[in-house]
Write a protein that binds this ligand. Structure first.
Ligand SMILES: Cc1cc2nc3c(=O)[nH]c(=O)nc-3n(C[C@H](O)[C@H](O)[C@H](O)COP(=O)(O)OP(=O)(O)OC[C@H]3O[C@@H](n4cnc5c(N)ncnc54)[C@H](O)[C@@H]3O)c2cc1C
Length: 171
């Protein structure tokens, strides 16, 4: 199913039923998807360089920490739950992808490209444009002027899994 087809169906739906939060967000997320495709047309191989599009220093990397992250054994419960879900099912939500990616890059100070490669080996919905684009975005090496998106695991847990139900499933 193509993004165009979804967009056409969305428009038809809105003409009959009106727009709502759901139709808005579906359209908005499809823009992200297109954005990352366009970014590849514009910048090509530069998106795969260690610095990405930024002037930031080369990323550091700590292989043991990276291994702990891959196997869901960092000691940070929400991150470990997400990484174990990913390993067991090949999928995790967009929210969890952002949390675990941020943790690898901003808390463990590991190379974002190793994280992208791990996702590539695990995701059932792997898509080179969306994966690379999102990793660049989280690590602050894409086009985002904020130069990096750190997600605070404690706040994310309070906001999205306050009763620990998700963590209980995967830990
Ligand atoms: C680090 C990281 C890596 C990712 N790697 C991939 C990947 O390899 N393949 C992939 O398809 N998506 C990837 N995503 C984007 C996003 O997580 C998935 O598209 C989303 O989880 C799919 O769930 P959904 O179909 O319920 O999306 P919904 O939220 O219902 O959105 C509808 C559609 O919009 C698109 N979309 C939504 N969010 C994003 C986004 N952040 N970036 C690009 N497109 C988006 C997808 O096509 C999605 O199916 C990644 C996100 C992050 C943060």
């Amino acid at each position: 199913m193509s993004a165009r087809r979804i967009w056409a169906a969305l428009q038809a739906y809105e003409q009959t039923h009106g727009s709502n939060d759901g139709t808005y967000w579906l359209w908005f997320e499809l823009l992200w998807r297109d954005n990352f495709r366009m970014l590849h047309r514009q910048h090509g191989p530069q998106l795969y360089a260690a610095r990405g599009l930024s002037n930031l220093p080369q990323p550091s990397h700590f292989p043991k920490d990276f291994q702990r992250w891959c196997s869901g054994q960092t000691g940070e419960p929400i991150v470990d739950a997400g990484m174990r879900e990913l390993a067991a099912t090949g999928f995790t939500s967009n929210r969890m992808r952002q949390i675990v990616a941020s943790f690898l890059v901003h808390d463990l100070s590991c190379d974002w490209r190793a994280g992208a490669a791990w996702f590539e080996s695990q995701l059932v919905d792997f898509d080179v444009y969306s994966n690379q684009g999102n990793w660049l975005y989280v690590s602050g090496r894409g086009t985002d002027p904020r130069q990096g998106r750190r997600f605070n695991p404690t706040k994310q847990t309070q906001d999205h899994d306050p009763q620990g139900r998700y963590q209980k499933v995967w830990l």
